[in-house]
Design a protein around this ligand. Structure first.
Ligand code: SF4
Length: 401
């Protein structure tokens, strides 16, 4: 799922990577010659996280975006659509409707999904599952490659309720899962996932201790499979540091080795359940793999320049940010929420961010999903050989970054 370097070598994305690498080489040459830097090519990010709203109808203890929820800032729908048209003209290929709020609360959510699809974009939705009627309405618009992921994080109703604090007191996990066959019946092409953030005793959000759920992993896998999800994906809990960046802090887990051993055992049990239905998958996030392998510190060593800032950004009602790990953080702010409405302005702002945001410092605590891709791009820029115009990898039709 997260082999971003492979994704970037597909025929559909490779030409933009070549443009970017050539620009970085020209910029370095200009700097060496004491000449002014060249303008960024006329590109937009290939993929964005689009926060449609900061409003949320849950109050999850483990929410990574707690500080920015339910802000007064709003998108203007017409302006947002115009901006996305400008971005699609410049290479935007995919949009993930995600964080900082519950996307299905956005007025006209289903129609907005249809608008994105008419622009030829791949679309994904990450939702808390409380308004699956809206997902059902959007379902006819999805095409192969699009996905919906519900953040459920529990196997039973009691833990789910204690973790999420839904505003609708009568809502249950069973009811949420009951929508999946209906969504699949309307559009079998959309892939639907059950997301499970693993929490353990000792983890906290500020002063709030999160509810432990390691013991519900296998139960959740069984529920996901029975309800008709295509997969369940497990990832470890992240915390927000005082400086705003999202970090994994397993050092805070009491008896880390014991927690990792329990997670491994629960994963094995989840995989046992998965054998019962062919095609159902149990997935581990990159962060979970490095946590259980004991190598997570390696992914906190970033190059000075984060190249992913050019290829993937976050557009939220609060502004445009260089990375999901720094959503809502001032020093990671590329510009206003509609900075891409005027692409040259956004390109200048991105070039400024590329020059000034020192990822080796700002992201030194972040277990970065894009760690390997950034180092791969760093090597491409430094290599003496001209980049081939021919794409190195076959098309996967997966443009999410
Ligand atoms: S180095 Fe990683 S965490 Fe830091 S801004 Fe880039 S992608 Fe985000």
């Amino acid at each position: 799922m997260h082999d971003f370097a492979q994704k970037l070598q597909q025929p559909s994305l490779w030409p933009r990577v070549v443009d970017y690498v050539r620009w970085q080489r020209a910029r370095a040459a200009a700097a060496a010659a004491g000449a002014p830097p060249p303008d960024l090519p006329d590109l937009a990010p290939l993929s964005i996280n689009l926060d449609l709203t900061t409003a949320c109808n849950f109050a999850c203890d483990h929410c990574i975006d707690w500080e920015i929820l339910n802000d007064k800032a709003r998108h203007d729908d017409a302006d947002l659509r115009r901006q996305l048209e400008r971005m699609a003209e410049r290479g935007l290929r995919s949009v993930i409707l995600i964080g900082g709020g519950e996307p299905t609360l956005y007025p006209g959510f289903a129609d907005f999904v249809g608008f994105l699809k008419r622009l030829g974009l791949q679309v994904a939705v990450v939702s808390n599952g409380s308004r699956n009627q809206r997902v059902l309405q959007a379902a006819p618009h999805f095409t192969a490659g699009d996905w919906v992921r519900l953040s459920l994080d529990a196997g039973g109703n009691d833990v789910w309720r204690r973790m999420h604090h839904p505003s609708n007191q009568s809502l249950t996990l069973e009811e949420i899962c009951g929508w999946i066959p209906k969504i699949k019946a309307i559009n079998p092409a959309v892939r639907v996932g059950y997301s499970f953030v693993i929490t353990w005793r000792g983890a906290s959000r500020g002063d709030v201790r999160v509810v432990e759920n390691v013991h519900e992993m296998a139960l959740a896998a069984a529920r996901a499979q029975d309800a008709g999800f295509d997969y369940i994906s497990f990832k470890p809990f992240l915390e927000r540091q005082p400086d705003g960046s999202e970090v994994m802090d397993p050092a805070k887990a009491q008896q880390l080795q014991a927690v990792v051993a329990r997670i491994r055992q629960a994963l094995a049990q989840a995989r046992e359940h998965a054998r019962a239905r062919p095609g159902f998958q149990v997935l581990e996030s990159t962060n979970l793999r490095v946590l259980t392998a004991g190598t997570w510190r390696d992914t906190t060593r970033q190059p000075r320049t984060c190249h992913m800032q050019m290829l993937r950004q976050v557009v939220s009602p609060l502004g445009t940010y260089n990375c999901p790990a720094h959503r809502g953080v001032d020093r990671a702010r590329v510009g206003d929420k509609d900075v891409w409405a005027v692409p040259p302005a956004a390109q200048h702002a991105t070039a400024r961010m590329l020059a000034t945001f020192d990822a080796s410092v700002e992201c030194r605590e972040v277990t970065c999903l894009y760690h390997g891709t950034n180092w791969w791009l760093e090597e491409l820029i430094a290599a003496p050989a001209e980049l081939p115009d021919a794409p190195p990898a076959p098309e996967r039709n997966d443009w999410f970054l």
